[in-house]
Design a binder for this molecule. Structure first.
Ligand code: C5P
Length: 232
């Protein structure tokens, strides 16, 4: 498995997204499309970006009863995305149904990864509001193990957790890690951040990078720097 940089396309519209993508000429990118853009533009935004030859991580974080998730995944599998995700808290059964729904007639399927605990959920909130008494690190590892048992390909986690996930779930189990900044960047609302170089050392397979590229003065340069530091 080769490492790759995924650009988080956190744009509100197709126009903004295409204006950003037009800066790149020749590069085949791996792009993350989230709820905002997908709900604003619908499945056509995915088809349009695929037509340009880019890969897509469709970040919709499904979480519902297994049957509903299975049927939703059947629809998404037809969109020809390369990666999609669910919440691990939907249970092992739900993740198995999701995986089954993604399988295309030719036997291929997108990568399926699980969100463990959102990085916006603190240990305190998880314990007080969700009544999960264990330390959050333990919960993240248990959810990753559940995802592995369900047959998923990996999890979204902090680069700082990537090593521990690999130790517990094996080196082939993918870690997709947001929270990446260059030393000189504004941290913004991210709390636990690492550089692309550090993420590589820590064992991430994919880094998800948004603002350090999308808000850079020269996004193409920033992207190339990420690729060089992380994949080089
Ligand atoms: O702009 P920035 O690099 O912080 O963007 C990171 C992207 O990764 C955003 O799309 C954010 O929603 C996503 N993400 C995250 N933390 C998670 C899961 C997803 O930052 N735990």
């Amino acid at each position: 498995m080769s490492r790759d940089v995924i650009i988080a396309c956190d744009f509100k519209s197709k126009a903004d997204t295409m204006q950003f993508l037009d800066k790149f000429t020749g590069e085949k990118l791996f792009l993350k499309i989230g709820m905002e853009l997908f709900y604003a533009e619908g499945p056509e935004i995915v088809r349009e970006i695929k037509r340009r030859g880019h890969k897509i991580f469709l970040d919709l974080k499904l979480h519902d009863i297994p049957n509903t998730v299975n049927k939703a995944m059947k629809v998404l599998s037809k969109l020809d995305v390369d990666m999609c995700n669910v919440h691990a808290s939907g249970t092992i059964d739900m993740m198995k149904y999701a995986l089954e729904g993604l399988k295309r007639e030719d036997g291929s399927r997108p990568l399926l990864i699980a969100v463990t605990q959102l990085t916006s959920t603190s240990e305190e909130k998880m314990q007080k509001e969700l009544l999960i008494d264990r330390p959050i690190d333990e919960v993240v590892i248990k959810y990753a193990q559940n995802a592995k048992e369900a047959g998923l390909d990996g999890v979204v986690c902090s680069p700082l957790e990537a090593g521990k996930v690999k130790q517990n779930c094996g080196n082939e189990f993918l870690t997709i890690t947001p929270g990446v900044r260059f030393e000189t960047d504004d941290v913004g609302d991210q709390v636990r951040v690492t550089t692309p170089k550090k993420a590589k050392e820590l064992g991430s397979d994919y880094i998800v990078v948004g603002r350090p590229i999308t808000k850079a003065e020269n996004p193409v340069e920033a992207y190339k720097r990420c690729v060089q530091d992380f994949c080089g």
